[in-house]
Design a protein around this ligand. Structure first.
Ligand SMILES: NC(=O)c1ccc[n+]([C@@H]2O[C@H](COP(=O)([O-])OP(=O)(O)OC[C@H]3O[C@@H](n4cnc5c(N)ncnc54)[C@H](O)[C@@H]3O)[C@@H](O)[C@H]2O)c1
Length: 208
């Protein structure tokens, strides 16, 4: 199957398989059975085999799969975020925490620039990343060929910044602002909301 046609859930599970396989590899394991990977991923062996088929990986399910080969097949399909230049807009409490995490814990993630409109933050290195004025968005997005952005501005500014990002050719936005964003079909927006998840958990555990 062409990678553009992979269902979103398959992509999510494949990313999880990759993380699990890297852990197994680190612990010295070289082969894995679909049922083992399924146990770790919390799904079924049939699901694992179906996903592997969808990404075009065929091994021998009876003898087990060679982890190195499976990782190679997965990496050929996934678009590795480690090699992509990413920008972050809104260097407040959350923005700084995210920058610190990536700079110090995940240095292979390439956040090339941060942006803020506060003159006290502009032209400074914050949590290991240079912060620019939002006036420089156009220039830096074009220069670094940026396609991914993390949005940590207040909800009231999120759509206005998103419209600019879309206009500049950004293709994926990870939105932390608690507001649904309108983007064209050519752009993918993922929303992360701790409050929403907490409220959901509170409800679900109440009725358990
Ligand atoms: N998704 C989550 O789970 C989660 C958790 C915490 C906060 N949030 C959200 O993340 C966002 C940031 O929260 P925070 O606590 O860091 O806020 P904050 O006020 O500390 O930081 C916001 C930053 O954005 C900057 N900013 C404002 N308008 C801007 C614009 N037009 N262009 C560029 N920069 C601009 C401000 O100068 C400030 O530095 C808010 O929308 C908040 O609701 C989400």
């Amino acid at each position: 199957m062409h990678r553009a046609n992979l269902p979103e859930k398959t992509v999510e599970r494949t990313i999880l398989y990759k993380r699990l396989l890297l852990n197994l590899q680190k612990s010295g394991q070289q082969m894995v059975f679909s049922y083992q990977l399924a146990q770790l991923a919390g799904n079924s062996a049939e699901q694992v085999r179906r996903d592997l088929m969808q990404i075009g990986f065929s091994g021998n399910p009876k003898k087990g799969y060679v982890i190195k080969d499976m990782l190679q097949a997965i990496e050929a399909v996934l678009n590795n975020p480690f090699q992509q230049p990413i920008i972050l807009i809104g260097v407040g409490n959350l923005g700084k925490a995210i920058l610190s995490y990536f700079t110090y814990q995940q240095p292979h993630i390439n956040i090339v620039a941060a942006f803020d409109r506060d003159p006290n933050k502009v032209d400074r290195v914050i949590a290991g990343c240079r912060c620019y004025s939002t006036d420089a968005l156009e220039e830096i997005v074009a220069r670094e060929n940026v396609r991914l952005a993390i949005l940590t501005v207040p909800a009231s500014h999120a759509q206005e910044i998103t419209d600019r990002l879309v206009y500049l050719g950004i293709k994926g936005i990870l939105n932390f602002a608690p507001v649904p964003l309108k983007v064209p079909d050519t752009v993918i927006c993922e929303q992360l909301d701790i409050m929403l998840q907490l409220e959901k958990l509170a409800f679900l555990t109440q009725v358990k």
